[in-house]
Design a protein. Structure first.
Lengths: 65, 926
């Protein structure tokens, strides 16, 4: 184990940036409305969905050999 | 329902189980079969992040503002994306530097500053106290709720009851005792607590299961799923506004972003998170699993928060119960006592896990970074007198644990009632967030200096105190309420919640904005305005470039440098020799891109280079100690010095021995080479000699043979002719005999086998004898021989016959080379100091300067021997020189005045003899 492979580091950094954007204004404002999806407010659906997606992507990136 | 004793028994049983797990974990660790050496335990133990705040408080927050609780978990999730990059670096640095706490980490980065360590510890303790109060409030509240079974919520009547009758107080004492049992049973040099980690991981499972159970119960037992809850909430006037809460709330998105940032920092810099994630980390690889398991854990922990919160509000109405206790009151309201009990245990898990790890981490910091440094400075003799430091350290830590927990209780009594759980926790988050600039800059920016870090930490902490802690005291009545409402002394501009008129933000966001500006600003400005000393530069390089060294362990030794180029050069020269040290340093300078040694900075890299260079000479360990001893202010310990001396002296002895042998070998080689040269020369001379002698012998032999054949083949040759030929044969035979005699003579002289009869010899007498002996040669050529003898010639110690031989040789030579008729030869005898000098001067052709050396060599004659017929054997002068030198004198040739040559020799006179010996009877040799 030497330095983290640059490609992994770069991917993680990009994912981090995507996460910052996804969970902040203005993107989050798009879902900050009274509408519902599957009977659940879209804001909650979006946040938990994006959250799960983020976790899956981290696992996928870090799990690469 | 549940009586108090039953709950207490359950709680104690649960704590007992935890202790058993911890005990088992420690046992396994001692046996070397670590229970926690797998990534899942590591990830679960990170779940200590979820405390009573999460367990009870999230629901309360969600009931108040919908998604407002989520940044606390989204922030860590985002941070986990970078976990592998950032925290792995921190882990690597900590392992390489044997760092045992956050305070240790920060101070180590800034040159092991005790001041910074103390400041970090102070901030951590002060900042965490409200957080511990939160846990006490939650446990005490949930207990009260379960026992009294009324819906008063978590607001206990603690301010009306005396301390000793307060559940929270006894809970605090219990937790303190328990933490002492967990964390300070023995002292571990690495500050790792495997058993505790195992117990914490177990607690994480318990609280997750408890929360999921109550979540499923509320969502599917009380209501008909998530959709049902939201559709009912949509009809609720306040809850429906929480479907899209961000845009409408004060500073909604800004607040959201700041809370996300705040919890991103908290997940790294809460002392308990640092303890679990960094100090207790067994293997870096565990991070790869943790980065997705831990966020998943948080996600699972939060899925049911909103349904429970909304369900609670729908069930109890807005004013019914404290939303912070919905997880407990909802099952109780529906008669699910088992679930209520499980929730209580889950909450207990969340709270105890936090208190145990947090106080252990804090006690390590208080002990190592606050109390011990102060003790060492003020009570050094007392510390030195301690036989067993371990007991002292353990006592300090136990005291620290009790103190921290009791401070938490104090804060709980003072301010606990005024705040919801989340609000208290956020105050602590904001405090530990102050560590972020110093740490992040510390591992990515070498230019961050100790002064900068101190300034940043102090400024951030001061702003935090002013905008969060003091107002919380004001709310509890310790400070006048006007302090918050109108500012100190009525200065509106300084209102703690609207500093400099910045109003319209929640207090946490407001405090974070100002404290981060102050903290980062002070850190950057002061860092660029101050210079880091060498010790700091070394640490900075070690931290920032931790991945550049293949092996973190092999980083620089701790040194507070006062290294200079001459120091390093002198040190290297001592072990490598001046020239090698010089050339090695120059090569290093060039590799670093400097033109000369002068431009080389005396930085950490140079010291590292010096250490590596010396390792080869005195071994790695000694090199490190030597570097530390010579180039740092830290004196090495006695053991180190002894070990160093031992190793170094052994190495030096071996070195000296080797050098001695090498010198001897060189000398022997030199002798051998010289001998070889001499032998080769002798061999060549022998060959020359043999070939020359052979040549010289053949010449007369050829003549003898030629004339003998003529006589033999011509019997009728006339008598006169025959006589002439026979005369030649006789003459050549004589020459041959003479040659052979001389060769034998020379061989005898050279080998030292010649016999010498050394007596007192009167030189003038010998000269006269020689003149008589050679008189015939001169008179035949009609050359006058002039003999001039000075008066008072002392006798010399010599072999008379040999001396005569020399003189005859010189005189016959002179006779040979002068022209008949016009020639003139003079023999003179005189004194030169202690020597008797005899000279033979002729007016012949003289000896060219080039020939003066060679005429004394065997068979060499002056002039062109190819054309001129040799007039002698070529052995006379070499023999003469041998004789004279054997007698302690010397023989030389010089130009005679005018034309011709002067051969002269000197022989030392007798020491006592200034009077001439009586002339001896002339004796003849040959």
């Amino acid at each position: 184990m030497k330095t983290p492979s640059t490609s992994t580091t770069a991917r993680l950094a990009v994912l981090f940036a995507i996460g910052l954007v996804a969970f902040n204004y203005p993107v989050i404002a798009l879902f900050d409305r009274a509408a519902t999806a599957f009977g659940i407010p879209v804001l909650y659906v979006y946040i938990f969905g994006a959250w799960a997606a983020l976790i899956a992507l981290v696992a996928a990136i870090i799990g690469r050999p | 329902m549940n009586g108090g004793p039953a709950i207490i028994v359950a709680a104690l049983a649960y704590l007992g189980l935890l202790f058993a797990i911890a005990y088992y974990g420690d046992r396994r660790a001692d046996q070397g079969r670590s229970l926690i050496a797998n990534p899942y335990i590591y990830a679960l133990s990170l779940g200590v992040y979820a405390t009573a705040w999460t367990f009870y408080g999230s629901v309360g927050r969600a009931a108040a503002d919908g998604v407002g609780f989520l940044p606390i978990y989204i922030g860590p999730t985002l941070m986990m994306v970078l976990w592998w990059v950032v925290v792995r670096k921190i882990v690597r640095i900590s392992k390489g530097n044997r760092i045992t706490s956050l305070a240790d980490f920060v101070s180590s980065r800034y040159g092991k500053s005790a001041l910074i360590a103390g400041l970090v510890t102070l901030i951590a303790v002060v900042g965490i106290v409200p957080y511990i109060a939160l846990q006490l409030k939650a446990i005490a509240g949930s207990y009260t709720l379960l026992v009294s079974h009324h819906d008063a919520g978590l607001v206990a009547h603690h301010q009306t009851v005396p301390v000793l009758a307060d559940t929270a107080f006894w809970m605090a004492i219990l937790l303190a005792v328990f933490t002492i049992l967990f964390g300070t049973r023995h002292l571990d040099a690495s500050e790792r607590h495997e058993g505790m980690v195992a117990a914490i991981a177990f607690e994480s499972l318990v609280k997750l299961v408890a929360f999921l159970v109550v979540g499923v119960f509320v969502t599917y037992g009380v209501y008909n799923g998530v959709g049902d809850i939201f559709s009912r909430a949509a009809e609720h006037p306040r809850l429906s506004s929480l479907f899209a809460p961000l845009g409408g709330a004060a500073g909604g998105y800004v607040n959201w972003a700041w809370l996300t940032l705040l919890s991103m920092l908290a997940i790294m810099f809460l002392p308990r998170q640092f303890q679990i994630a960094v100090v207790e980390n067994v293997n870096e690889r565990h991070l790869t699993k943790a980065v997705w398991i831990f966020p998943l854990y948080m996600l699972a922990m939060n899925v049911f928060v909103v349904p429970i919160a909304f369900g609670g509000v729908i069930h109890f109405g807005d004013a019914g119960a404290d939303p912070d206790s919905f997880v407990l009151t909802l099952p109780m309201a529906h008669g699910q006592e088992a679930i209520a009990m499980l929730v209580f245990i889950g909450g207990l898990s969340a709270a105890t896990g936090m208190v145990i790890v947090e106080t252990i981490a804090l006690s390590t910091m208080v002990c190592n970074d606050l109390v011990v440094p102060i003790l060492l400075r003020t009570r050094a003799t007392y510390v030195a007198a301690q036989k067993d430091m371990t007991r002292l350290l353990l006592a300090i830590r136990r005291g620290a644990i009790v103190a921290v927990v009791l401070l938490g209780y104090l804060y709980f009594r003072l301010a606990g009632e005024a705040y919801a759980l989340v609000a208290i926790g956020l105050i602590s988050f904001a405090a530990v967030a102050q560590f972020a600039p110093a740490v992040i800059a510390g591992i990515y920016w070498k230019g961050a200096t100790r002064a900068g870090a101190l300034a940043g930490l102090s400024a951030g902490f001061a702003v935090w105190l002013y905008t969060l802690l003091l107002p919380s005291f004001a709310k509890s009545g310790w400070l006048p309420a006007s302090f918050v409402e109108h500012g100190p002394f009525g200065v509106e501009l300084l209102r703690p919640y609207a500093l400099f008129g910045l109003a319209g933000f929640p207090e946490i966001t407001h405090a974070m904005m100002w404290s981060m500006i102050a903290n980062i600003g002070a850190l950057c400005v002061v860092s660029v305005m101050t210079r880091a000393d060498l010790a700091q530069q070394a640490q900075a390089a070690r931290f920032v470039d931790v991945f550049r060294h293949a092996d973190g362990e092999h980083a620089l030794p701790d040194w507070k440098g006062r290294a200079s180029i001459p120091d390093v050069e002198a040190l290297l020269a001592r072990f490598l020799g001046r020239e090698r040290a010089q050339s090695a340093l120059e090569a290093y300078a060039q590799r670093r891109g400097f033109r000369s040694l002068r431009e080389l900075p005396a930085d950490a890299g140079l010291v590292q280079f010096a250490e590596t260079a010396m390792s080869g000479a005195i071994g790695g360990a000694s090199a490190r100690i030597m570097v530390a001893a010579t180039l740092s202010e830290d004196a090495p310990s006695m053991e180190q010095v002894m070990a160093m001396l031992d190793e170094a002296s052994q190495a030096m002895a071996e070195r000296r021995e080797l050098e001695q042998k090498s010198r001897e070998l060189t000398a022997a080689t030199e002798e051998l080479r010289a001998a070889n040269v001499r032998l080769t020369e002798l061999d060549r001379m022998k060959d020359d000699f043999v070939s020359t002698v052979t040549h010289e012998l053949r010449t007369p032999l050829t003549s003898i043979r030629a004339f003998s054949e003529i006589l033999h083949d011509n019997p009728d040759i006339d008598t006169a002719e025959r006589q002439r030929f026979l005369a030649i044969i006789i003459q050549e035979s004589e020459r041959l005999t003479r040659l052979i005699n001389q060769v034998l003579d020379l061989a005898k002289l050279e080998s030292g086998r010649a016999e010498w009869r050394v007596v007192d010899v009167d030189v003038p007498a010998v000269v006269r004898d020689a003149a008589d002996a050679t008189g015939q040669l001169f008179s035949a050529k009609e050359v006058p021989l002039d003999v001039r003898i000075a008066t008072g010639i002392p006798p010399v110690r010599a072999d008379r016959d040999r001396l005569l031989q020399v003189l005859i040789n010189l005189l016959s030579n002179a006779a040979k080379f002068v022209d008949a008729g016009t020639g003139r030869v003079t023999v003179d005898v005189g004194r030169d100091g202690g020597n008797v000098v005899v000279g033979v001067t002729d007016n012949g052709p003289g000896i060219a300067a080039d020939d003066r050396a060679i005429i004394f060599e065997k068979f060499r004659q002056a002039g062109d021997t190819m054309t001129g017929k040799p007039a002698g054997t070529g052995l006379g002068l070499p023999i003469s020189r041998q004789i004279v030198e054997h007698l302690g004198g010397r023989l030389w040739v010089e130009n005679a005045p005018g034309r011709g040559a002067r051969f002269a020799f000197s022989v030392p006179a007798c020491a006592d003899g200034s009077t001439a010996v009586p002339p001896a009877e002339p004796a003849r040799v040959r």
